[in-house]
Design a protein around this ligand. Structure first.
Ligand code: ATP
Length: 309
């Protein structure tokens, strides 16, 4: 067997966060069949970790472990594999490059938290560093947009407003840290299925407007106002497909959350808490109530995909 050429460091490790949508406005469909969105993303402290090592030229592989990975194919359809191949093809020569990747997943699969996009973002960054390619972050973010609308945000992180398909990003000013409790459901929801139901319930889409009150609440660090202005146009469709979500949202509010929202296309629900203590109390109550498979406490905003030593 030929020995792989490995000009760079042996192993590259990247940590990449999940996202929640603090606001998700869904409009009509554009000429290419994509819904127009106005969304406010926040990256939160629930991370997948990807490692990349050189392999023989032309060999690309991935192994996954952790949360829900029995549901994800470890083949060329995997978003991290597609990202590795795309970066090799654009900045290659592809035939001279190879990579062996591992992903430790903590982001729930099909949970509305952009787990697949996160792994794609991590693979873009890890492979470009591993192969010592001449690609800057801006170019990688653009490449990410070809893989999925959420990939550019997974690279950027923080809090940002996304327009177009959600991939035209502008960072948003925020003050302070936000404490969230996530209720993770047993079984995921398929994003295309939720959008199809949305189209049936809301033909032509909703009116898209800038979520000004929410942006003001973020800028001033007013968690009470932020909780009041969380909004998701996909919530109705997600709840219609999974009525249990309404009970989960109601339970969180009853137990003291400042606001409750379905994350993206669901089924993960996110609850905003006043501070860390309230988040601990809420996670204990929700856990005891058994309204979700798992309850996680996270903070936001956090940075996007980053190299770790
Ligand atoms: P989004 O919120 O971005 O629409 P999601 O968070 O609801 O997506 P993902 O976890 O990204 O959902 O998974 C969506 C689909 O993508 C799954 O059905 C899964 O099989 C597929 N997929 C491909 N690669 C991956 C990956 N690396 N991790 C998770 N899912 C992946």
């Amino acid at each position: 067997m030929a020995t792989p050429v490995a000009p760079g460091p042996a192993t590259i490790r990247v940590r990449v966060p999940a996202k929640i949508n603090l606001a998700l406005g869904v409009g009509g469909v554009d000429a290419d069949g994509y819904h127009r969105l106005t969304t406010v993303f926040q990256a939160v402290s629930l991370h997948d970790e990807l490692t990349a090592q050189w392999d023989e030229p032309g060999l690309f592989s991935i192994a996954m472990s952790g949360e829900g990975t029995d549901l994800v194919a470890a083949d060329d359809s995997n978003l991290a594999m597609r990202a590795a191949r795309l970066v090799a093809e654009r900045f290659g020569p592809e035939s001279a490059l190879g990579v062996r990747m591992t992903v430790k997943k903590s982001i729930p699969v099909a949970g509305g938290m952009a787990g697949g996009s996160a792994d794609a973002a991590a693979a873009l960054l890890a492979c470009s560093v591993l192969w010592d390619l001449d690609a800057d972050l801006e170019e990688l973010r653009e490449l990410g947009g070809e893989l999925g609308a959420d990939v550019p945000f997974s690279m950027l992180g923080g809090t940002a407003i996304g327009t177009g398909r959600g991939d035209e990003l502008v960072p948003v000013l925020t003050r302070g840290a936000h404490h969230w409790v996530l209720a993770v459901a047993d079984v995921g929801l398929s994003t295309p299925t939720v959008f199809r139901r949305f189209d049936e319930l809301q033909p032509g889409g909703c009116d898209l407007a800038m979520p000004t009150e929410l942006l003001n609440a973020l800028a001033s660090g007013d968690s009470v106002a932020l909780g009041r202005h969380l909004h998701n146009d996909l919530a109705e469709a997600a709840i219609d497909l999974r009525p249990q979500l309404q009970q989960t949202l109601d339970a969180g509010l009853e137990f003291g959350a400042l606001g409750a929202i379905v994350s993206g296309s669901g089924p993960t629900c996110a609850f905003l808490c006043r501070n860390e203590e309230s988040a601990v109390a809420l996670s204990v109550r929700l856990g005891a109530e058994g309204v979700a498979r798992a309850v996680r406490r996270v903070r936001g905003p956090v940075p996007g995909a980053r190299l770790i030593s």
